[in-house]
Design a binder for this molecule. Structure first.
Ligand code: HEM
Length: 364
């Protein structure tokens, strides 16, 4: 028997899942089918995103990641970024729902909400958003919220079990950190003798170059702007302090400081000497992670704008403050290092002199 398009895609099942609470499409309100399908389409994209993320993480979390594995990580993460971009655009379709259309069936949903999207929570968990990084929802952490729901229905238990399983997995963030930690800095790797000194020397030179550049900038900018020297000095002192905190990992707990410092030195090194053959793919990888997170942030703010357009600043069906809560979630950053490094990158001529270029694929 030959394969059918509809059998392969299980279309009979797929197209029979839009009946809503009534289990019957004929009983849905005029715009309700639209509402259900848009949500289901998002959830399907989330499903694929979760798979791509796990594949990327698995490649990256090997004790040794061969050079040829990096393009695979980039491949899967690029897809995550593209899917998210598409999801951001998909809100345009949702927005064809007018406020009055939605009011016709909104009360049916209470207290259900996208807040219970366990796939979105899994996505956040697998990326590496920690429980403490989340905003509380009333007095409840979003993950505890799903734990509580587990007590109310069998499907709640399924959602909780999925989250618990995701929480026991390693995250993309931790895989990335472990990989970044091993970045050769000025030709030195963590297993080499004298690595701490080599990294310390690089960080010291980098920070000294930052200070020198800031001094010059204060001078030229206050000459050009006039009368604002004190203010500029204060601003530059603040950014200099941020650079110090970042490079020396002063914001990290003491027990993690040395490791965090080396991870950050790795990020700075990859971004600064990106033209070296061996650093080209790592830099692309970093860029793909940033792209994926940027799209997630855009998803959050686009969702908030769509919500504002349809329900204004009402309380959400899940009971949150609505748009205010959603806007605050757009502040989340999981890959903080990768964002912060952009603030402190130096122009090429100011960079510390590169040592051991041969370690990065240059022939002598
Ligand atoms: C008429 C359309 C929509 C409205 C009015 C709406 C409204 C809201 C509101 C007010 C919240 C905050 C929680 C609450 O109090 O309920 C929320 C959360 C959420 N919504 Fe929507 N939403 C809509 C469509 C969508 C769609 C299409 C998706 C796609 C899956 C989605 C996914 C989510 C997610 C994942 C959250 C949790 C956000 C977080 O806690 O970080 N929503 N939504």
């Amino acid at each position: 028997m030959s394969t059918n398009y509809w059998d392969y895609l299980r279309l009979d099942k797929l197209l029979d899942l839009q009946g809503g609470l009534e289990g019957d499409e004929q009983q849905l309100m005029p715009d309700e089918l639209h509402f259900i399908i848009v949500h289901q389409a998002f959830e399907l994209w989330f499903k694929l995103t979760l798979r791509e993320l796990r594949l990327a993480r698995d490649h990256l979390s090997k004790p040794e990641v061969p050079e040829e594995a990096i393009p695979y990580v980039v491949h899967h993460l690029r897809r995550v970024g593209e899917i998210m971009k598409l999801c951001v655009d998909q809100f345009r379709v949702m927005e064809t729902l007018t406020p009055q259309d939605f009011l016709a069936f909104r009360d049916k949903l209470v207290p259900a909400s996208g807040f219970q999207s366990f796939q979105m929570r899994e996505l956040e968990i697998l990326l590496g958003l920690g429980g403490d990084d989340r905003l509380n929802y009333g007095n409840t952490n979003p993950l505890d919220h799903i734990e509580k729901l587990a007590l109310t229905s069998p499907s709640g238990a399924m959602a909780r079990d999925r989250l618990r399983a995701a929480l026991s997995e390693s995250t993309l963030k931790s895989a990335l950190d472990t990989w970044l930690y091993r970045t050769p800095v000025q030709g030195s790797s963590p297993t080499d003798a004298g690595d701490t000194e080599a990294v310390d020397a690089f960080v010291g030179e980098y920070f000294a170059a930052t200070q020198e550049l800031n001094r010059q900038k204060v001078k030229t900018m206050s000459a050009a702007l006039g009368g604002t020297a004190a203010q500029l000095e204060e601003r530059f002192a603040k950014t200099e302090d941020e650079a110090r905190q970042f490079l020396y990992a002063l914001d990290a707990p003491e027990a993690d400081r040395a490791r965090t410092k080396r991870i950050r030195a790795g990020v700075v090194f990859i971004e600064s000497y990106r033209e070296l053959p061996l650093l080209a793919w790592p830099r692309l990888l970093i860029d793909t992670v940033v792209e994926a997170e940027e799209q997630l942030v855009l998803w959050r703010s686009r969702h908030a704008r769509m919500v504002e357009r349809i329900i204004g600043r009402r309380i959400g069906t899940g009971g949150s403050s609505g748009v205010d809560y959603l806007d605050k979630t757009a502040q989340y950053r999981i890959f903080k290092e990768l964002w912060t490094v952009r603030t402190i990158l130096l122009p090429k001529p100011a960079l510390p002199e590169l040592k051991h270029p041969e370690a990065y694929g240059f022939a002598n």
